[in-house]
Design a protein around this ligand. Structure first.
Ligand SMILES: C[S@@+](CC[C@H](N)C(=O)[O-])C[C@H]1O[C@@H](n2cnc3c(N)ncnc32)[C@H](O)[C@@H]1O
Length: 430
């Protein structure tokens, strides 16, 4: 029996009502599993490209034959398909328990690729981050580039050759900020990031529709508020931070509770992260237009109908929760409002010239194309729907009649991945 034959009648009706053919999920039982090599688990060469010999000797022994996913950027360090016929259970594999590999679907990697090259000093916001597979990849890309630059300060950034490297910026590498409403899921995310020894991240168990912590202005002993000024290790409560390139405006962190008073920034009280690594611990959380994020990922809450791994889980654990969602018009309306608000808030926190990717693991027009159409209509001319880099190489379903070519749909049938849909937006300089 095929996976689609196991879908309950109500779910099939749901698909038909939403113009989704079960053909999108054909042969899903033979989909490969995907693994990504952990760049901290091995020696990498200068380009951060995986060491083929190491892979052959270590990983294939453990997982069986691997096939490299050629359509993903090489800077991802190696994403491999494990043959479905091998019936590999990752959790039992020593490469996985030893944190040498990540389990991440190739379509999820593609959503990260849609953000474009991630530079060593980019600050990235992941507004629905848990359990954190994409967040981990983003953190790896930043750290990988930072390491390349630290080893060879004269080289240009491998991810973005147009961005000049200065010796100062080596110390001012970027960060990832993850937000998720579910404390339980964010706890899983924290465990994942710690397992893989990610060093520049902070997590907030907060509502992404109202989240308002700007990108960090302080990393370790360095401030990047704008003038890239070196600060000593004085306690944050007594020091002054430069917030303008010409040094005409200063922010003084005045009180024990870190309230910030300045003409250039909005007063704020420190929002307690769920977890923050040492390097980001002393960020004073300045709220300033200068401190918006370079990249934002909104991997929104959705009905998960496009994710075969989710549907297989429903088959195993029951469809009640899923049916509760999609058969209740009020819940579907609330979901649409949530998706719009997540996208709007993510865009508000994106710097001019920055890139935002909106993705879901649903194939519903209502949760994808309609959200994007609504958003662009309401944010013209500040937001433009961008071409997705290298999209022509991705094994995606043909754009549907209602779809725009700038939105990609990874159906399990076309892509041999679990399933995902996304679009990329750029914020115009205004
Ligand atoms: C599709 S999952 C995200 C998967 C994640 N990006 C990854 O790669 O592992 C959607 C997430 O949105 C979270 N969520 C739901 N409502 C939210 C809200 N209002 N603010 C932030 N996160 C929310 C859910 O808890 C869930 O973890």
């Amino acid at each position: 029996m095929t996976v689609t034959e196991t879908f309950p009648a109500k779910f099939r009706e749901f698909l038909t009502a939403n113009n989704i053919s079960t053909l999108a999920y054909a042969d899903s039982e033979m989909l490969p599993r995907y693994v990504r090599v952990n760049p901290r688990g091995r020696e990498v060469d200068d380009d951060g490209v995986s060491d083929a010999e190491w892979l052959a000797s270590e990983l294939e022994l453990d997982l069986g034959q691997l096939r490299r996913v050629e359509w993903l950027p090489t800077c991802f360090g190696g994403v491999f398909a494990v043959d479905a016929a091998a019936h590999v259970t990752l959790a039992t594999k020593s490469a996985f328990t030893a944190a040498l590999i990540h389990g991440i679907d190739a379509a999820s990697c593609a959503a990260v690729a849609a953000l474009g090259p991630v530079a060593a000093d980019d600050h990235v916001l992941d507004l629905c981050c848990a359990p954190g597979a994409k967040l981990c990849l983003l953190a790896d890309l930043i750290e990988q580039n930072a390491n390349i630059r630290t080893q060879n300060p004269q080289t240009r950034n491998a991810a973005n050759p147009h961005k000049a490297t200065s010796p100062t910026s080596i110390h001012l590498s970027g960060s990832v900020t993850g937000v998720d409403l579910s404390p339980h899921r964010i706890a899983t995310c924290k465990s994942l990031l710690r397992k893989y020894k990610v060093s520049r991240f902070r997590l907030f168990a907060l509502d992404g529709t109202t989240f308002n912590v700007h990108a960090p202005s302080r990393i370790g002993a360095w401030s990047r508020a704008s003038g890239l000024q070196h600060l000593d290790n004085a306690p944050i409560s007594t020091e002054k931070l430069a917030v303008s390139a010409d040094q005409t405006v200063e922010t003084e962190v005045k009180t024990e509770d870190f309230s910030i008073v300045t003409a250039a920034t909005i007063s704020t009280t420190l929002i307690k992260p769920f977890h923050v690594t040492k390097l980001l611990r002393n960020d004073p959380q300045i709220v300033s237009p200068r401190l918006l994020y370079d990249k934002v990922l909104v991997d929104a809450e959705c009905t998960h109908d496009g994710s075969i791994s989710h549907l297989i889980k429903c088959n195993r654990e029951g469809w009640q929760k899923f049916e509760e969602y999609f058969s209740d018009p009020k819940k579907m309306d609330a979901l649409e409002i949530l998706q719009r608000n997540l996208l709007s808030n993510g865009f508000r926190l994106l710097k001019p010239g920055g890139v935002l990717v909106y993705s879901t693991c649903s194939f519903l027009r209502r949760q994808n194309e309609d959200i994007i159409e609504w958003f662009i209509k309401n944010n013209t001319p500040n937001a433009i729907l961008e071409d997705i880099p290298n999209a022509s190489e991705f094994p995606v379903a043909k754009p549907l009649s209602h779809s725009t070519a700038k939105m990609l749909r990874f159906t399990p049938t076309a892509s041999k991945t679990s399933g995902l849909e996304y679009a990329g937006n750029e914020k115009e300089e205004v």
